[in-house]
Design a protein around this ligand. Structure first.
Ligand SMILES: [Zn+2]
Length: 566
């Protein structure tokens, strides 16, 4: 009976949990099924970089020399050695050769006395030693280089495909890949053109397409494969310039990944954008697309009466009774008790307050930068986290399990005899876990995508909050006020032309404190007939918010960023 020493090793400590080791353990029953006896050498948590420090591996080689085992097994060559220079691989190979033994991986068996097998094995060791980062960098630099000359898609959008052109005979070049119109989707693109012209709305168009066809070309999205049309999928067609002959990449990206910084930065450090005119890839004219965009995008936010801007509705309270003030005609916020001294729910108010929206907005705008300061600090923190985002443990495990189930299945299929029971049990367990993980990863991916959008908005928030704020329509300003402030109370003094106002207190929604402003500056009108306010000296002192450590849920910040996004 031939005994194979099976090495179990995680290639790095960072690999989540021990799941790599599980796959390596699958090797046990597989080797047994192939007729070997297995002895496990567990060296988890040991780096594979230096053989002289791997006690378990050295013991295994010693056992091999003594003839206790007749070969060495590993999930793949990577698990055997990570030595960059391939020296350890050579050492191990020599020991196996000297012992006249076998080397067995999940894919194949090497008889290292055989010249060809030895060469293969050494080559594999060499590959395993190359840092994966090099591989990744080569991939990205090539991609960006290509993008300077022609459109590049990992996944070509609807209507397009990646054309593979064989290099000329005798050429050393590899297969050339190029984006091209997909002739099989020509009919679909024509139908889309007709529907963009004739449909009332994108949702009506999606409904029509889903009932009458043509089906959306199967699309592997986050929720699995779909051929269902959605409003987003149609809007994407209108947004993507490729359909009118302009390929762009990066233009709208505010936040760029580290890869981007490395490969898509000009000599003077400015980020590169990629843009090519490719009329041969256009399906429609830009005039057509503009017309459709206009048609489908108007009326999107027309749900509110915009005649009288009242961005502080629901945010300010009557200073006398504490009830929310509501818009009252174009010129006022007023306590609901105004006129009757009895407000909503019959609450009595001795001095119902009434304030002009201009005055209230001027006072609040004065306070906004301070409230924003805290939001900005968090935005910066959030962006840092966002940049550090890596594939989650669940995603890593999912990728691993998919590969593993595939592999076990392949093995089961190729087996001549009944599969070992332990392997079947493991397969079932892995598949059950797979289902659950897919859902989790789908959710995570959606969240990550949202976070990426948020990070973009945070940039605006951190850099120019007031400019961004002033440029917004009042409905969006109202959203921001509502996210930052509650229970705003404004103090009024004097009458007629001598009337003056100041911010008395508010509740900061980020940080959750009540701020009583005991020295806020008073403001009076610049001129009796003008709306502009002049602020008198004051410090807005009061219970200060800065210096407090807030734990603000990302959802709150997400809302704020979205509000700034308009
Ligand atoms: Zn009142």
């Amino acid at each position: 009976m031939v005994t194979i020493g099976l090495t179990i090793r995680n290639s790095t400590v960072r690999q989540v949990g021990n799941f790599r080791a599980e796959a390596q353990l699958d090797m046990g029953p597989l080797l047994e099924a192939r007729g070997y006896t297995v002895r496990i050498y567990d060296e988890q948590g040991t780096s594979g970089k230096d053989l002289s420090k791997r006690k378990v591996a050295l013991q295994m080689l010693e056992d091999l020399r003594q003839g206790d085992i007749q070969g060495i097994g590993a999930y793949d060559v990577k698990r055997l050695t990570r030595d960059e220079f391939g020296i350890d691989g050579g050492t191990i190979a020599r020991r196996i050769v000297e012992a006249g033994g076998l080397f067995v991986t999940k894919d194949r068996e090497y008889d290292l006395r055989n010249e060809d097998d030895l060469l293969q094995f050494q080559f594999q060791c060499f590959i395993a030693g190359i840092d994966w980062r090099n591989v990744r960098n080569t991939f990205w630099s090539g991609l960006f280089k290509k993008m300077e000359n022609e459109p590049v898609y990992m996944r070509p959008p609807i209507g397009y495909m990646t054309e593979k052109i064989d290099p000329p005979a005798g050429s050393t070049r590899r297969v050339i890949k190029r984006v091209a119109k997909n002739p099989e989707q020509a009919g679909l693109m024509a139908e889309l053109e007709r529907l963009f012209d004739e449909s009332e709305s994108l949702s009506a168009m999606a409904r029509y397409l889903n009932t009458h066809g043509p089906a959306r070309p199967a699309f592997r999205g986050r929720g699995g494969t779909t051929s269902h049309w959605s409003v987003q999928s149609l809007r994407y067609l209108l947004k993507n310039g490729i359909y009118s002959g302009t390929f762009t990449f990066g233009e709208r990206l505010k936040k760029r990944s580290t890869v981007w910084h490395k490969f898509a930065t000009d000599a003077d450090g400015k980020p590169k954008d990629f843009r090519q005119h490719v009329p041969e890839l256009a399906y429609w004219t830009s005039a057509q697309v503009r017309r459709w965009r206009l048609k489908f995008e108007t009326g999107k936010t027309r749900t509110m009466d915009t005649r009288y801007p009242h961005p502080l509705s629901g945010v300010i309270e009557c200073i006398s009774c504490g009830q929310a003030m509501v818009a009252r005609g174009p010129k006022h916020y007023a306590c609901s008790a105004l006129g009757t001294l009895r407000g909503r729910k019959s609450v009595h108010c001795a001095h119902p307050q009434s304030i002009s929206p201009n005055v209230a907005s001027a006072l609040m705008r004065q306070e906004l930068p301070r409230a924003m300061y805290d939001a900005r600090r968090m935005a910066a923190e959030f962006r840092k986290q966002q940049q550090a985002y890596v594939a989650s443990p669940a995603a890593q495990r999912l990728a691993f399990l998919e590969e593993r189930v595939q592999y076990i299945n392949d093995q089961l299929l190729s087996m001549q005899q009944l599969p070992p029971k332990s392997l079947v049990v493991r397969l079932a367990e892995a598949e059950a876990e797979l289902v659950q993980l897919r859902d989790q990863v789908t959710e995570e991916t959606i969240a990550a995508k949202d976070d990426a959008l948020l990070a973009d908005m945070c940039e605006v928030l951190a850099e120019r909050p007031m400019q961004a704020f002033d440029a917004l329509p009042w409905e969006a300003q109202q959203r921001i006020y509502k996210l930052l402030f509650a229970a705003v109370r404004i103090e009024t003094e004097g009458a007629g032309f001598n009337r003056r106002w100041r911010l008395a207190q508010y509740r900061a929604l980020i940080g959750g404190e009540v701020r009583v402003l005991n020295d806020a500056p008073w403001a009076r009108r610049a001129h009796p007939h003008l709306q502009d306010l002049v602020f008198e000296i004051g410090t807005n002192s009061g219970k200060t918010m800065s210096g407090t450590r807030y734990i603000v849920p990302a959802t709150q910040l997400r809302e704020l960023a979205a509000a700034f996004g308009g």
